[in-house]
Design a protein around this ligand. Structure first.
Ligand code: PHE
Length: 445
C-alpha cells in the first residue's frame, strides 16, 4: 500500500532541496576546478549554465514529482501512460546508487578529519605535515573504510526516520547551522592580511584560461550541483502539497546554491592568498591547504573544525537526498518497508564503495580508462549518466509531457506566463542541443 509522506511546511521542502543541491559539488569540487580554470570567468559560465540549463531542469523535476505524487520509477508513466518512459527514472535510480557509493568516500574523509581535529583540540598535540597526513589517512584501509561506513550509517539513520522526522528535521537543523558557520569562517578569512588578493583573484575574470574542458565541466556542474538529472528533486517534490509555488521555490533553491558556491570561494581563496599559497591545489585544497592555513591562526584548529562541520552538513544533506531516491523506489513509498530497505541499501552502498575507498590506497595503482576505480565511477556518473538523465528530462518535459499539466503546475500568477514559454523553449531546443554538443565534443576529443 502506498502511504505517501508529506513535508510539514514549505520551508522544510526548500531547505531539504537546497540541502540536496548544496554539497560536495559546490563546496569541494567547484573551488578547486575554478582555481584551475580562469577563476571568475569559470564562475560566470557556471552561473549562465545554472540559469539557462540547471534551473529549467530543476523546475522540470519539480513538475513531474508534484504532478505524479509518486516515486521516480513510476512517475513518468503515471503522467503519460507509457511504461517505457519510466526508464528515465530507472537510469536515475541506478545513477544515484553509484554516485552515493563514492560520495560517501569523501564524506568519510570529512568525518576522519573532524575526529582528528577534535583530538588535536583536546589533546593539544599538533602535526604540520598535512600532505603526509592526508595521504596516510585516506590510504589507510582501516581508517578510510571506517570513515566511509560511518558516513553511510549516519545517512541511513536520518533517512530511516522518514520524511518529516528524518530528512526535514535534519535539514531544518543543519542548513541554518551551515549558513552561520559559513559567516564565521568568511569573516575570519576576509580579515586576514592580504585577503583582498584572494578576493580579486576570485572575482577578476580571465577568459583566456577557459578551455573546452572547463566549459564541459561547468555544464556538468550545473546539473550536479542542483541535483538534477537523477530524479532527486522529483522525489522531494512528490512529497509536496498542491499549494506551494514551484517557480518561487526553485528560485530560492538556485539562489541559495549560487550564494553558497560564491561564499565557498570567499572562504577559501582569501585564506590561501593571505599565506601566499598558489590557489590551484586540486582535490587536496580542503584537506591539505586549509588545515595548514588555519594552523597559522590563533584558535585556528577551532575554526578548522567549524569549517569541517559546515562541510559535513553540506555533504550529508545531499547524501540523504541520494539515498531517499533509492528508498522511495525500493519501497514504492510504503513506509512500513522503509527501515529494512534503508538497511539493505546501506550495506549494498558500503560494498560497492569499497573499491572507490581503496582507490586512494591499496588500489591506487589499479588504473584503467579514466583512472582509478573512484575516477571511473565519478566519470561514469558525472560525464555520462547525469548528462544523459538531464537530456532525457528535457526531452520528456519538452516533448512528451502534456504541456497543460506543466502549465497548471508552474503558472499561478500572470507574470509567470512568458517565463513558461521561455522554459518550454529552453527545454525543447536549447538544453538538448547544448548537451548533445558538449557530449560529442567529449567523445570526439
Ligand atoms: N547536488 C549534490 C552536490 O553538489 C549532488 C547530488 C547530485 C545530489 C544528484 C543529489 C542528486 O554535491
Amino acid at each position: 500500500m502506498e502511504t505517501q509522506s508529506q513535508w510539514s511546511s514549505k520551508l522544510g521542502f526548500i531547505l531539504a532541496s537546497a540541502g540536496s543541491a548544496i554539497g560536495l559539488g559546490a563546496m569541494w569540487k567547484f573551488p578547486y576546478v575554478m582555481a584551475d580554470n580562469g577563476g571568475a570567468a569559470f564562475l560566470f559560465i557556471f552561473i549562465l549554465f545554472t540559469m539557462l540549463i540547471g534551473f529549467p531542469l530543476l523546475l522540470s523535476e519539480f513538475v513531474i514529482g508534484r504532478q505524479s505524487q509518486t516515486y521516480s520509477t513510476r512517475s513518468f508513466s503515471k503522467l503519460t501512460g507509457k511504461k517505457y518512459h519510466d526508464l528515465i527514472g530507472h537510469l536515475g535510480n541506478i545513477g544515484v546508487f553509484i554516485l552515493l557509493s563514492f560520495y560517501s568516500v569523501i564524506g568519510g574523509w570529512i568525518l576522519l578529519y573532524m575526529i582528528r581535529t577534535i583530538y588535536v583540540l583536546v589533546a593539544g598535540s599538533s602535526q604540520h605535515d598535512y600532505e603526509g597526513l592526508f595521504g596516510s589517512l585516506i590510504s589507510n584501509p582501516f581508517y578510510a573504510l571506517g570513515g566511509q561506513a560511518l558516513f553511510i550509517v549516519l545517512t541511513a539513520v536520518i533517512v530511516a526516520n522518514g520524511i518529516q522526522n528524518g530528512i526535514e528535521r535534519a535539514s531544518k537543523i543543519m542548513m541554518p547551522l551551515l549558513f552561520t558557520a559559513f559567516i564565521i569562517i568568511i569573516i575570519r578569512s576576509l580579515t586576514l592580511d592580504n585577503a583582498m588578493a584572494g578576493v580579486s583573484y576570485f572575482l577578476k575574470p580571465d577568459f583566456g584560461k577557459l578551455s573546452a574542458d572547463s566549459i564541459l565541466f561547468a555544464l556538468g556542474q550545473s546539473f550536479f550541483s542542483l541535483s538534477v538529472g537523477f530524479g532527486g528533486m522529483l522525489t522531494y517534490a512528490s512529497y509536496l502539497d498542491r499549494k506551494t509555488d514551484l517557480t518561487q521555490s526553485g528560485v530560492s533553491v538556485v539562489l541559495l546554491n549560487l550564494v553558497i558556491t560564491i561564499l565557498a570561494g570567499l572562504a577559501i581563496f582569501p585564506a590561501t592568498a593571505s599565506l601566499g599559497i598558489e590557489a590551484a591545489q586540486g582535490p587536496g585544497l580542503l584537506f591539505i591547504v586549509l588545515p595548514y592555513v588555519f594552523d597559522q591562526l590563533p584558535l585556528g584548529q577551532l575554526f578548522y573544525l567549524i569549517f569541517l562541520l559546515l562541510f559535513f552538513f553540506a555533504t550529508i544533506t545531499s547524501s540523504i537526498s541520494l539515498l531517499e531516491i533509492n528508498v522511495a523506489n525500493v519501497t514504492k513509498n510504503n513506509n512500513n518497508k522503509r527501515v529494512k530497505a534503508v538497511a539493505l541499501l546501506a550495506i549494498g552502498l558500503f560494498v560497492l564503495g569499497i573499491p572507490s575507498t581503496l582507490s586512494s590506497g591499496l588500489l591506487g595503482d589499479v588504473k584503467f580508462l579514466a583512472g582509478t576505480f573512484f575516477d571511473n565511477m565519478d566519470y561514469l556518473v558525472s560525464n555520462i549518466m547525469l548528462p544523459l538523465g538531464a537530456f532525457l528530462f528535457s526531452i520528456f518535459t519538452g516533448y512528451l509531457l502534456d504541456q497543460r499539466l506543466s502549465h497548471q503546475q508552474l503558472v499561478t500568477k500572470p507574470y509567470q506566463e512568458p517565463l513558461f514559454k521561455l522554459w518550454i523553449f529552453l527545454l525543447k531546443f536549447v538544453i538538448p542541443l547544448v548537451i548533445i554538443g558538449v557530449f560529442l565534443s567529449l567523445i570526439l576529443k
